[in-house]
Design a protein around this ligand. Structure first.
Ligand SMILES: *[C@@H]1O[C@H](CO)[C@@H](O)[C@H](O)[C@H]1NC(C)=O
Ligand SMILES: *[C@@H]1O[C@H](CO)[C@@H](O)[C@H](O)[C@H]1NC(C)=O
Ligand SMILES: *[C@@H]1O[C@H](CO)[C@@H](O)[C@H](O)[C@H]1NC(C)=O
Ligand SMILES: [Zn+2]
Length: 488
C-alpha cells in the first residue's frame, strides 16, 4: 500500500517528468516514521520511502510499491534502519578549530578564553545531523560574519544561521550589524541556509536602542530568534519572562531558548502558552557546570543541541543518550531518596528519539522537519542494522538510541540529496583542500591559545555570584593527583 501525499495528481505528473532522474526509493528497510494524526512514532518493517525533489512523497509498507514512478533510483536498505535526520538546535559552528582544547574548562573559563573563526559542518553531517541552528557569535567584523554564512551555505546542511547582534567594536556595533543582516538577507539564494537572529541582551540591556532595533528586526523579518538562557547562580538572564516583556515571545516567530538551565515554573508556563522551545545541550550543561535541574519537566517544549562541539561530541545521538540517562538518574534519585525502589522507568527511548528529531523541527517552526511522513522534507539517515553493535535488534528506536554510534551511519540525505553514502561524505572538498586548510588554521590558533594561561577563577563571576570550591575527583591516591599533565 502506498500512502500518497497531498500533492495533486497534476503536480505529481509534473514532478515525475521534471525530476524523475533524481527520485529515489529507499527500499526494504525498517523505518521509524511518524503518524501526524496520532502524533506517535510508527515503525514500518520492510517498507520503503519515496523521495522526489526535496520531499518525501511516499511512505509504504512494501519494499517495491507497484506505483513507484519510472526512473526512480532503488537504494537497497535491507537490514537497515531509516530515521529522520537528527536536529541540533544549538551550536557554535565556528569553534571546530579549538578541538580538544577545552577538556577541563568550566563555563566561566570558556567565556574568557575561546574566540576565533572557522566553518566545519561536515562533521555534523557525517554524524547524521542534518539540521543545525547555529548561534553564530563570531560577528566581530562584516567579513567574519559573511564568511560564517558562506561556510554554512557551502556545507550542504540545513542551517539556521543565527547572526549574533552584539557590540563587537565601535565601528561594528548592532546598527551596522543590522544593516549587514538586511543586505545578506536580500542576497540569500540558498534553499537550505536561512539567515536568523541571535541576541543575548534581553536582560542586561532590556530597553536600550540596540535591543529595540533587534526587536524591530524580529517583528519585521519574522526570522527565527535564538538566545542563551542560563540562570541559577550564573545569572546570565534571557528568561522567557524577559523575552515576553520585550513583546517578542507571543508571536509566530520560532524562538529557541538554549540551555534554559534552571528554568522556573513561570518561564515554563510561558513557553507552553506561546509554544516556544528550549534547546537542552546535555553534554555541555554537564561539562561546563550550568546543569539542567528542571529541564526534564519541560520536555514537551524541548529539543536537543550540541553547543561548543570543539569540547565534546558533535552528534545529537550522543546528546540524546546522555540526556536520557542523566534525566533517568535525576528522576530515580527522587524515588531512592524516599528509600523506595523505582517501580517503572521514567523516560522512554521513543521520547528521546522525538527530542532528537521531531521536537527539533517544531523548535525551528517546521513540522515537516525531523519526521518520516508524507510531504515532509527528505532529510534522512540510514543506519547499518547488522554492524557488531546493532546485530540482533528488534525495536529500531531502542537500537538507534541505545546501541548505535555514528560509525553505523551508512547514508545521510539532506533535501533529497545524498550527503553521505556508504559511510563516506560525498563532498570531496572536505577530504582534500578544506581538511588541510582547516588543520593549518587550527594549529596556528591552538598554538596561540596554548600560550594564554587561564586566569584563576577567584572572587566573583562577571554576573556577581561568587566562585566556589569544587572538589577534585581522583582515580589515583594522593592529594591533587587527579588532573595529571594536560596534553594540549
Ligand atoms: C561598544 O564597544 C566599544 C568598544 O569596543 C565602545 O567604545 C562603545 O561605547 C560601545 N557601545 C555601546 C553602545 O555599548
Ligand atoms: C530552491 O527552491 C526553488 C523553489 O522551491 C527552486 O525553484 C530552486 O531551483 C531551488 N534551488 C536550489 C539551489 O535547489
Ligand atoms: C498571546 O496572544 C494571544 C492573542 O494575541 C492572547 O490571547 C494570549 O493570551 C497571549 N498569551 C500570552 C501568554 O500572553
Ligand atoms: Zn551556546
Amino acid at each position: 500500500m502506498m500512502f500518497r501525499s497531498a500533492v495533486t495528481p497534476a503536480m505529481l505528473v509534473l514532478f515525475h517528468v521534471a525530476i524523475a532522474a533524481g527520485a529515489k526509493l529507499l527500499s526494504g528497510g525498517t523505518m521509524i516514521a511518524f503518524d501526524q494524526e496520532s502524533e506517535q512514532l510508527r515503525v514500518i518493517r520492510g517498507g520503503s520511502v519515496l523521495i522526489e525533489g526535496d520531499r518525501i512523497t511516499g511512505v509504504s509498507d512494501v519494499a517495491s510499491p507497484l506505483d513507484t514512478p519510472a526512473g526512480v533510483e532503488f537504494v537497497d536498505c535491507t537490514d537497515k534502519i531509516i530515521t529522520p535526520g537528527f536536529i541540533d538546535t544549538h551550536r557554535h559552528g565556528w569553534q571546530t578549530v579549538f578541538k580538544t582544547m577545552g577538556s577541563i574548562t568550566t563555563l566561566a573559563d570558556y567565556a574568557l578564553r575561546f574566540s576565533a573563526l572557522l566553518a566545519g559542518l561536515y562533521e555534523a553531517v557525517a554524524a547524521g545531523v542534518t539540521t543545525i541552528v547555529d548561534h553564530a557569535h563570531h560577528t566581530w567584523t562584516p567579513e567574519h560574519a559573511a564568511a560564517g554564512l558562506r561556510a554554512s551555505v557551502d556545507s550542504g546542511a540545513r542551517v539556521f544561521f543565527g547572526y549574533t547582534f552584539q557590540n563587537s567594536s565601535a565601528e561594528f556595533g548592532v546598527p551596522e550589524q543590522i544593516g549587514q543582516w538586511k543586505e545578506l538577507a536580500a542576497a540569500m539564494t540558498s534553499n537550505l541556509t536561512q539567515l536568523c537572529i541571535a541576541y543575548d541582551e534581553w536582560t542586561s540591556n532590556p530597553t536600550g536602542g540596540n535591543t529595540q532595533a533587534v526587536i524591530d528586526l524580529i517583528k519585521e523579518s519574522e526570522s527565527l530568534l535564538t538566545t542563551h538562557h542560563v540562570e541559577g547562580p550564573w545569572l546570565l538572564g534571557n528568561t522567557p519572562q524577559d523575552l515576553h516583556r520585550a513583546g517578542i515571545l507571543n508571536s509566530s516567530t520560532p524562538t529557541i531558548i538554549s540551555h534554559a538551565s534552571h528554568l522556573d515554573v513561570r518561564g515554563a508556563s510561558l513557553l507552553r502558552a506561546t509554544n516556544k522551545h528550549i534547546s537542552i545541550t546535555a553534554e555541555s550543561e554537564m561539562h561546563y557546570g550550568h546543569l539542567h535541574p528542571t529541564s526534564h519537566l519541560i520536555l514537551d517544549q524541548a529539543s536537543l543541541g550540541v553547543d561548543t562541539h570543539m569540547t565534546f561530541s558533535t552528534d545529537i545521538l550522543t546528546q540524546a543518550r546522555l540526556w536520557l540517562q542523566s534525566a533517568r538518574y535525576r528522576v530515580y534519585q527522587n524515588t531512592l531518596d524516599r528509600w523506595q525502589i523505582p517501580a517503572q522507568n521514567p523516560f522512554s527511548v521513543n521520547q528521546a528519539f522525538l527530542l532528537a528529531t521531531r521536537n527539533g523541527g517544531l523548535a525551528v517552526g517546521c513540522k515537516d522537519l525531523g519526521v518520516i511522513a508524507l510531504g515532509a522534507m527528505a532529510d534522512l539517515v540510514v543506519w547499518e542494522g547488522r554492524s557488531p553493535a546493532m546485530l540482533g535488534w528488534t525495536d529500531p528506536v531502542a537500537a538507534v538510541i541505545l546501541h548505535a554510534s555514528v560509525g553505523d551511519i551508512a547514508h545521510a540525505l539532506i533535501n533529497g540529496a545524498f550527503r553521505k553514502r556508504d559511510g563516506r561524505l560525498l563532498d570531496s572538498r572536505y577530504y582534500d583542500e578544506v581538511q588541510d586548510r582547516f588543520l593549518a588554521s587550527a594549529q596556528r590558533i591552538q598554538n596561540v591559545l596554548k600560550e594564554m594561561p587561564l586566569p584563576p577563577q577567584e572572587g566573583n563571576f562577571l554576573t556577581g555570584s561568587p566562585f566556589g570550591y569544587v572538589m577534585q575527583v581522583d582515580a589515583q591516591r594522593g592529594e591533587g593527583a587527579g588532573y595529571g599533565p594536560n596534553f594540549v
